[in-house]
Design a protein around this ligand. Sequence first.
Ligand code: TYD
Ligand code: MG
Length: 462
Amino acid sequence: MPKTKTRTEFVCTACENVTVRWEGQCRSCSAWNTIIERRDAGRFTWLRSDVQDAVHLADASVEDLPRMSLSSGEVNRVLGGGIVPGSLVLLAGDPGIGKSTMLLQVAEEVARRYSSVFYVTGEESVSQVKMRADRLGIDGQSLYILTQTNVEEVLARLDERLPALAVIDSIQTMYDPELSSHPGNVSQIRECARRLLEWGKANNVPIILTGHVTKGGDIAGPRVLEHMVDAALYMEGDAVSSWRLLRAVKNRFGSTNEVGVLEMTGMGLRDVEDPSKSFLLDRPKGAMGSVVVPILEGNRALLVEIQALTAPSTIPTPRRVATGYDAHRLLLVCSVAMRTCGIPLSDYDIIVNVTGGLKIAEPAADLGVALAIASSFRGVPMPGDVASVGEVGLSGEIRRAPQTERRVKEAARHGLRKCLVPRNTDDIACGEESLHYQRVDTLAQAINMCLPITRHISGAAA
Ligand code: TYD
Ligand code: MG
């Protein structure tokens, strides 16, 4: 690569004011700690500068992007069909979630099916990568491992070999010797990513970067790269569960509504063919406090089990604990159940858990949570073939949930017989006569319908 003379400059991230040295406070906008270092030369050379005529949008055609498709349908789905040559992809997630594992599997496949792959690791030694490869059953033909953290050296090696794909694990360990700041610093992360991006675009080689998210997704992490990369994928999951969700938060070559479901096994990550079935596999029959809820992850409806346990509290302020569900919404649901359904929960500890380590962010699960709590409290199991969808409002009304039809269809596909839906739901062309959807107005109505008190008495006596 031709070496160009470069110099560094300092720029305020708030007002873009440029200075020659670092300062704690920006002279232009007076903001503190907003000045970062960056390289000056050739900053945007990857952007198109050749003169082109404007095209009438009506005459424009959609290019069919060439893609390197992968055997993992779930990873393909999130990428929008495969890896696009020249694209820069960020794979972020908590440390230990499985990023390196996934990328080694992807690298091996691309190396086997296309041509050589460069796997640059700044975190592990070659023997550590080899140990992981052995565990995954990868022999590593055409897969080159480079332990290097100097981005210039990395680019020089990439130039020599021009691989089909380059993996950089992780971008936080890379540094540009032209900059004085430490690796992992925002300016280093940005600059290294920019140089890799420039190289990838110039040579039409796709590059995948990994990035660790710090607790709370802080700014020094991969977030700063989101605007720069073509696709930003996040791998999520619970440390104690084996499910992993792969989510696209940005994708220039595909939809951001796609979510892939993977499972970490002893042999690496594998696709979960039917996530709903897997999530419900361990569901006990006739258990109290267990409800099936179809949630939406991107465009995908997934059935999950919500469990609740109510138990007399031994402390003055009873506990409300939620795992995988918003603690504030749990308080809301409990208060509404107390006020509008007459369920006296004030002396009870309440524990809610979404099984499989999944996290539900949408209010559409409220009805399911309320039913699970009421089921546990009344000692009446929910009928095993009933699912429920709906947001609980403060007056006890059940409010509409987005894409109810998609959820109901997923419930029908898994053999459920009935689904409670909010009253104002549009007609659902279910196409599945086996499932009956039932509109409900209020939480009290839903609870009395599914968990009648008479059954409580006979259930308690049994
Ligand atoms: P890793 O890919 O190193 O995580 P990251 O790169 O995101 O930090 O994954 C580490 C975890 O995955 C570790 O706890 C071991 C586990 N693992 C498996 O369960 N099965 C496997 O086949 C592999 C390779 C790892
Ligand atoms: Mg790793």
